[in-house]
Design a protein around this ligand. Sequence first.
Ligand SMILES: [Mg+2]
Length: 301
Amino acid sequence: MSYDVTLTAAQAFDRYEEIRPRLPVADFPAAPRRCAGLLDVAEHVDAFILDSFGVLNVGDHPVPGAIARIAELRALGKRLIVLTNAASNPHADAMKKYHRLGFDFSTEEVVSSRDVCAARLADLAPGARWGAIAAAEDGFSDMDADVRHWRGDEDGAVDGFLLLSSADLHADRFARLEAALKRRPRPLVVANPDLVAPRETGLTKEPGAYAHELADRLGVTPVFFGKPYHAAFDDALERLDGVSADRIAMVGDTLHTDILGGRAAGLKTVLMLDHGLFAGLSAESFMARSGVIADFVTPSI
Ligand SMILES: [Mg+2]
């Protein structure tokens, strides 16, 4: 597994603003409230929906203090859901990763954008054969549809494309995907709308970034599953049945996915700075420029 492209946070932010017309619309508070961590937010809500990358973990390492904070929030009786734009691994493998990192989340507490996609793929195009750009070891066992690996050499065999992972989506393969869509337009389903993800090596270019390039150049309309789009929030809120939206906080590190999507879903929002997209940068200037303003801003969890 390797990623060809990394971006800076400023590049990612500028690109999010460029594709803003393709994102949901929401309204925002005039200014955020500064706080020290999620314990300061806890009195305002009964449940937290937590982003993963940049909040709970950076790549394959837990954010310092995250495991203890989760335990403290549980002790306060807060309900917790992880809502992550991640599509490389089936649910069972994602659970193994959280447990390996030291988190105690139950399988019902974790919703990935892949799960959101898997639940809807069959209805999107009944009977379709999907060509997936996915991690090499992916067996698609969680997909209730005909999904096979597409490596760029079997163009006629698939009715649509499913973008699950940008690991190993190198320039040559991406060019083949663009050519295939140009030759014969077909649905393009993207199970991770993120443009970038914070990993140990920097911000890697993620499936959403590739899909928006195809949208720009070919005029295709990708079907996105994951934050900030509503289906992801629908699935998370279903797990929090009985908690009203204004008593739930969406916690994330990215304005255009976590905060924008959380506000569009009617939730309170918390922007986390130190381990995510805006690490080491002035989040104020990004919030001012985009108008995407969180209810609370905190350095870490
Ligand atoms: Mg994140």
